[in-house]
Design a protein around this ligand. Structure first.
Ligand SMILES: *Cc1c(COP(=O)(O)O)cnc(C)c1O
Length: 462
């Protein structure tokens, strides 16, 4: 199995190298050269299996010979052992033809644990075999950083630094980043906002001397291995509802288009998926693009669903690559236009290709609050604001095949928005009820490249 860049001019890599590299050298994103197929019989045989067994069958064709079967299965088992639900990704029913896929039973209560826990294990096995180690630096507005901390803590082949904007993440998110006590993970509270953190991260990657010196690696949502791990729950949930004999649709609360792109891969592998519905908050670049063919940035408006507050949607490039017939030059040109002029027009042919798979909807702030209330009144479920956006948009797309809406975070992770909607403060699950009692460990740093680099150098050479 080989991986190619969406911009067509970076070296072709194995799964292992694509995973350890993250971003391609030509600025593109890695995608598999061909999409492996699972037959109706293969899918039928998943009925009733444990999540881990389905995960093995779905991901195995993508990893080539990077891991032996035993190694890979052990990575999967370790990745999900810490989840608070034996089904890992359970379904609950919201209405006659509408189901909620709960992806928040991992250690940091958001779906990002599914991918991050697994790549933590895969990095560790691949790096120890090479006798190598890496320094992972990430920038977060909340969920990615906490998921990475939990996934990489205690792994001896990795040092992890997470930069977050000081004072601008929720208390639960901050505590999840600052309470792990393992010495290889480091929470950096940076003076500035999320853009400061992301800018510093980019600068670190562009400083090639530093990059080589500390063996910098990235685990943001463009890493192919993260997308791959997310393909699994599309299979496990569809099979529970009767796939391959019955097709299903999905609605996905979307920011960087990683989670929904995983659904598209599941479909391309042969899972009968009818529609994939993009649900955005007021930062609706994807919804506007689907409606008008114009992909145009217009700034970020902070919302009560902060994990979907994005200016551009980085994984959308992967969908464009397929929509343009896998023409790396065409994608490269679009991305240049985006960089220079803040947007581009999607061609008619590509638009048609996108519409073959995707629908879209948008949910503003008031509608998000109303959807949290709707969930409680009509189903007894307490939804986080991101999941509520999914439910709002899904309710406008119910027809035909059963709808599965992805619940991307636990309501206790966003208690203020939930309390504001329904007057109830959702409690943390009992397994992490002591989060507020654990001691915190963080380093405050100015948002300047030199200061941040000095901390990284100093800590990895301890
Ligand atoms: C990251 C995140 C999203 C958006 O996921 P993408 O893969 O970026 O589309 C939605 N909800 C929550 C809770 C998240 O943490």
């Amino acid at each position: 199995m080989h991986y190619v860049s969406t911009r067509g001019s970076a070296p072709v890599l194995t799964f292992e190298d694509a995973m350890l590299t993250g971003l391609a050298r030509d600025g593109g994103l890695y995608v598999p050269e061909t999409i492996p197929q699972l037959s109706a019989g293969d899918i039928k045989a998943m009925a009733g299996l444990r999540y881990e067994e389905i995960a093995f069958r779905v991901m195995k064709p993508f990893i080539g010979d990077t891991f032996t079967d035993t190694e890979f299965m052990e990575c999967i088992e370790r990745a999900y052992a810490g989840f608070g639900h034996d089904a890992r990704a359970p379904l609950v029913q919201l209405g006659p033809n509408h189901h909620l896929l709960e992806l928040f039973h991992g250690p940091t209560l958001a779906f990002k644990d599914f991918a991050m826990q697994l790549i933590g294990q895969m990095f560790q096995v691949a790096l120890s075999r090479r006798g190598d180690r890496v320094t992972i630096v990430g920038a977060t507005s909340g969920d990615t950083g906490s998921a990475a901390m939990e996934a990489f803590k205690g792994l001896d082949a990795v040092d992890l630094f997470i930069m977050y904007p000081n004072g601008r993440v929720s208390e639960v998110q901050r505590r999840q980043m600052t309470t792990p006590s393992e010495s290889n993970v480091h929470a950096l509270a940076v003076t500035g906002d999320f853009d400061t953190c992301q800018g510093a991260l980019k600068d670190m990657f562009n400083d090639h001397t530093f990059r080589d010196e500390v063996k910098l690696a990235g685990v943001n949502s463009i890493n192919w291995a993260r997308v791959l791990a997310q393909v699994v729950y599309y299979f496990s949930s569809a099979v529970s509802l009767g796939a391959p004999d019955r097709a299903v649709s999905f609605t996905i609360p979307t920011g960087n288009f990683g989670d929904i792109f995983a659904g598209y891969i599941a479909k391309r592998m042969g899972l009968p998926i009818d529609r994939l519905v993009i649900a955005t908050n007021q930062n609706d670049i994807l919804h506007r693009a689907m409606e008008s063919s114009a992909y145009t940035t217009n700034g970020v408006k902070p919302s009560i669903s902060p994990s979907m507050d994005i200016q551009v949607s980085s994984n959308f490039e992967r969908a464009l690559f397929d929509a343009y017939g896998r023409d790396g030059n065409a994608v490269s040109q679009l991305m240049d236009e985006l960089k220079q002029g803040g947007g581009f027009k999607i061609s008619q042919g590509a638009m048609q290709a996108l519409r073959d798979h995707f629908d879209s909807g948008r949910c503003d702030e008031d509608e998000t609050t109303a959807a949290i209330r709707w969930g409680l009144t009509h189903t007894g479920e307490i939804l986080c604001p991101h999941s509520a956006i999914g439910v709002h948009v899904a309710n406008q797309h119910l027809a035909g095949s059963p709808m599965i809406t992805l619940a991307t975070a636990h309501p206790a992770k966003f208690p203020d928005a939930v309390e504001n909607a329904i007057g109830v403060r959702p409690p943390l699950p009992t397994r992490m009820a002591d989060l507020y009692d654990r001691s915190e460990r963080l380093t405050e740093v100015p948002g300047e490249l030199a200061a941040l680099q000095a901390i990284v150098r100093d800590r990895i050479n301890r």
